[in-house]
Design a protein around this ligand. Structure first.
Ligand SMILES: Cc1ncc(COP(=O)(O)O)c(C=O)c1O
Length: 454
């Protein structure tokens, strides 16, 4: 049985949705089961039999995932679609790999050791610390390495509130789960968490921020830019109100660092989170900028690494990679953000010309240069992406058993659920070229026309 790439892609997405919810073909999706079984039976008898056997077993997760990959192979889905998901993650920059390799091969020493092996690793970490600090305008001794953006946010939020006698945190309604979830945890401990709403452009409302930040506020945590819409948040304003109230300020800059210039002294924040894999560095590494003098408690207890704030033997190669990623980003920042912005706008113009009533989600001006979140009329974003195997992008919607739910960020902006479901996020990066943008626009337009006229 032949399955066309768009159908195969659609099936893959459905399977992936099911996997996330630990659901398999025992659910009501009989079409999927039919397609799946026919494809597997025709192309690969044993795969089909194995699946049938596995489907009876209690572990529903693994077989579905394996079969999704199998189906992808069977149906020859384009293995290299145009990558437009740079806000999800970025590939390692070649210079980052080169910098890391010696620390994966010969320089294996423990940075705490006093002999030459240890010293080499230690010196490399300190070089990386300076490179990270230089990109954001801080000092090297203000950088704490973490396992990524999530840990940096947790350390900032839980580490500062643990020290405070106040009981309020002010934040926005569009924060990443790496901020929102630690705050929910604090709320369960009795903290007063004030979530300031955003306007139609996706920006936290400044008058509400001002009203919320009082002398009861221990911490203001507001993201630097939103991961879905790219909208830059009013961090400077938050700092202004926080200073007046004597509160601490944290910003989750995981999406901004390396994409737009950031100067921690000019913005005047106390804490700022960085995620390595968003700026062509390794996954599983990040950093927290902690302004000198900021009271912070460690979340994990152990030896004295990272000034006792993040104990545990350092991930030397990844730290070196993060340092290299920051140095490269700093060198190329101005040129690259202009280039990417022009490509992003070209993509938007081509789509807007071809698709009537296409809308942009979020502020036109106050936005990361690489991010385009667009709302297509009459279609679901998931279906559109499934019908466009030529590109790899994402929606902010979530799949679950009852179907699809719209992105919480778009809903917070006041976009009706049905319209929000028609949105996709297209995020560009270093490998994005003009021809790729043109092909992506043409492919999306073709797919939209097919779906909208069905
Ligand atoms: C805004 C934002 N904050 C935090 C994170 C989490 O970073 P990490 O994946 O390094 O834990 C992400 C990742 O998507 C993000 O977009």
């Amino acid at each position: 049985m032949a399955i066309s790439p768009p159908v195969a892609n659609h099936l893959l997405r459905l399977l992936q949705c099911k996997i996330r919810n630990v659901q398999t073909t025992q659910s009501s999706d009989t079409d999927l089961l039919h397609y799946y079984n026919s494809a597997a039976a025709t192309r690969h008898h044993s795969a089909s039999r194995t699946f049938a056997e596995r489907n009876r077993c209690k572990n529903k997760f693994r077989p579905a995932r394996m079969e999704a990959f199998h189906l992808a192979g069977l149906c020859s889905v384009d293995p290299d679609p145009i990558y437009l998901d740079y806000n999800a993650t970025t590939p390692l920059a070649p210079g980052v790999i080169d910098a890391m390799l010696p620390y994966l091969r010969e320089h294996f020493g423990n940075p705490s050791s006093r002999h030459v092996y240890g010293r080499r690793a230690h010196d490399a970490i300190e070089r990386a610390r300076s490179e990270v600090a230089a990109l954001i305008g801080g000092d090297a001794d203000e950088i704490i390495f973490t396992s990524g953006g999530t840990e940096a946010n947790n350390l900032a939020i839980r580490g500062t509130t643990a020290r405070s006698s106040r009981r309020r945190v002010v934040t926005s309604t569009v924060e990443h789960p790496a901020t929102a979830h630690p705050l929910t945890w604090l709320e369960q401990q009795g903290w007063d968490i004030v979530r300031v709403g955003v306007d139609a452009a996706g920006r936290a409302r400044v008058p509400e921020l001002e009203a919320a930040i009082t002398s009861a506020t221990a911490l203001v945590t507001i993201m630097h830019s939103n991961n879905e819409t790219g909208v830059l948040q009013p961090v400077r304003e938050a700092v202004h109100f926080a200073r007046r109230a004597g509160a601490c300020v944290h910003t989750d800059a995981a999406q901004s660092v390396g994409k737009v210039p950031i100067d921690v002294r000019a913005v005047d924040v106390d804490l700022l989170s960085i995620a390595g894999h968003k700026l062509y560095g390794p996954k599983g590494i990040g950093a927290l900028y902690v302004r000198r003098g900021t009271g912070l408690e460690a979340l994990t207890l152990g030896a004295g690494h990272e000034r006792g704030l993040r104990p545990g033997t350092e991930n030397v190669a990844s730290i070196v990679g993060l340092g290299a990623a920051c140095a490269i980003a700093q060198h190329d920042l101005d040129k690259e953000r202009m280039r990417v912005r022009a490509l992003r706008d070209r993509l938007w113009e081509q789509l807007a010309q071809a698709i009537p009533h296409l809308s942009l989600n979020g502020s036109v001006e106050n936005r990361l240069p690489n991010t385009l979140n667009v709302r297509f009329p009459q279609v679901s974003g998931e279906a559109l992406l499934a019908a466009t195997p030529e590109i790899a992008a994402s929606t902010g919607s979530a799949c679950h058993e009852g179907g699809e739910s719209a992105s919480a960020v778009l809903l917070a902006m006041g976009i009706p659920a049905e319209a929000a479901l028609g949105s996709i996020r297209l995020t560009l990066g270093r490998a994005t070229s003009e021809p790729a943008v043109d092909r992506a626009a043409a492919a999306l337009t073709r797919a939209w026309r097919t779906l909208a006229t069905e």
